[in-house]
Write a new protein. Sequence first.
Length: 33
Amino acid sequence: MFSCCLASRARVLRKTLTWIEFSYYSVFRDDKW
């Protein structure tokens, strides 16, 4: 049960990191153009 909860948390964290990465990428692209 604990490992399952941990896996779910890791998945959410990875999704959040991906969103932040995409956000930064968009900002840098706008800054370049």
